[in-house]
Ligand binder design. Structure first.
Ligand SMILES: *[C@@H]1O[C@H](CO)[C@@H](O)[C@H](O)[C@H]1NC(C)=O
Length: 319
């Protein structure tokens, strides 16, 4: 008797919860899917602000309302970098280097969501996603041409053109602005946080947040400067150097090192929130243990499943 009534009660609970749970998750899925149309930046071409392939840059804006109507969240899209002509040429034929190949509708979720339960702090702010199509964290200014091929490295101009376009749309009247981004977009926040504060009225509060953008200037496990050589050729190819923080660049032997947040941070004045995982996949797989530093694949299991790392590998990562 006791057992059967227990099961009866359990059954009632399960039957009762089943439909409620599925309706609830369906509702929250629908609420999460806010799609926002792309805005092509007008007149960007006349400012020379173009993507790698020469296509115009773009952003997605969802308007704030109520108490958030005068606050702005800007988010740089991420997506790695290209540091030589062949990788940039390849990139220029993808959504990472041309607005022609991008989705024209972008789903706004997480910090971009308009759902107060998902995004209680920013749901009613003006929220902007800046599309990434230059390959140098919105910071280059150069052109490559050899007679048959042209590549535009105009990240800095794209950033300027987007801000210029947003100012009359309300950004110039903003009370609070948060500049954010993930990965290569997180790195872009370090390169542009203080410029943004300079472009806005003194009364505007500008703060910045980098999510997984604090790429470390470290040697790989074989002792080679893998990431230094990558960032060095990136800065040279794309003409990033003239936009790096001058005080930082003047203080280091190699100015390109100011592309690393750890060197630039000392010279940044705006308030910052820096979020980075200790086992960030890019830093682990491409900076600290790149395939070139592990020719026998001793780290492959640990890379695909951190729980499979040996005690020694964990100790090396922790260090
Ligand atoms: C220009 O560069 C592209 C890409 O590297 C190459 O395919 C092409 O042959 C080059 N053209 C000349 C004239 O060197």
């Amino acid at each position: 008797m006791r057992n059967s009534s227990f099961f009866a009660i359990l059954l009632v609970i399960l039957v009762g919860l089943g439909p409620w749970r599925s309706i609830h998750s369906l509702e929250s899925k629908q609420e999460m899917r806010l799609s926002v149309a792309m805005t092509i930046v007008p007149h960007a071409g006349s400012l020379g602000a173009v993507c790698l392939d020469g296509s115009p840059p773009a952003y997605h804006l969802h308007r704030g309302f109520g108490a958030g109507a005068r606050n702005w969240l800007l988010q740089f899209e991420g997506g790695g970098w290209c540091d030589d002509v062949s990788s940039c040429l390849e990139r220029s034929r993808t959504r990472r280097g041309s607005t022609r190949y991008m989705n024209k509708l972008e789903v706004f979720s997480g910090i971009l969501s308009n759902n107060p339960s998902m995004n209680p702090d920013f749901y009613d702010w003006n929220r902007v996603k800046l599309r990434y199509c230059d390959g140098a964290s919105f910071a280059g200014d150069s052109v490559y041409h050899n007679g048959t091929t042209v590549l535009y490295f105009r990240g800095q101009r794209i950033w300027d053109a987007i801000i210029l376009d947003l100012l009359p749309k309300g950004l110039s009247q903003a009370q609070k602005v948060l500049l954010s981004g993930c990965s290569a977009g997180g790195l872009a926040t370090f390169l542009h946080c203080d410029d943004l504060a300079r472009l806005l009225p003194k009364a505007t509060t500008v703060k910045c947040m980098s999510d997984a953008g604090f790429f470390l200037d470290v040697k790989d496990i074989s002792g080679k400067n893998t990431i230094r050589s990558f960032f060095s050729s990136l800065v040279t190819l794309q003409g990033v150097q003239k936009y790096l923080n001058r005080n930082c660049a003047g203080s280091l032997d190699y100015p390109y090192q100011c592309f690393f947040p750890q060197h630039a941070l000392t010279y940044i004045r705006s308030p910052y929130f820096i979020l980075n995982s200790a086992y960030d996949v890019y830093q682990f797989h491409h900076i600290f243990v790149p395939p070139s530093a592990d020719p026998y694949g001793h780290w492959n299991r640990c890379k695909s499943n951190p729980a499979a790392c040996t005690a020694n590998q964990i100790a090396i990562l922790q260090e």
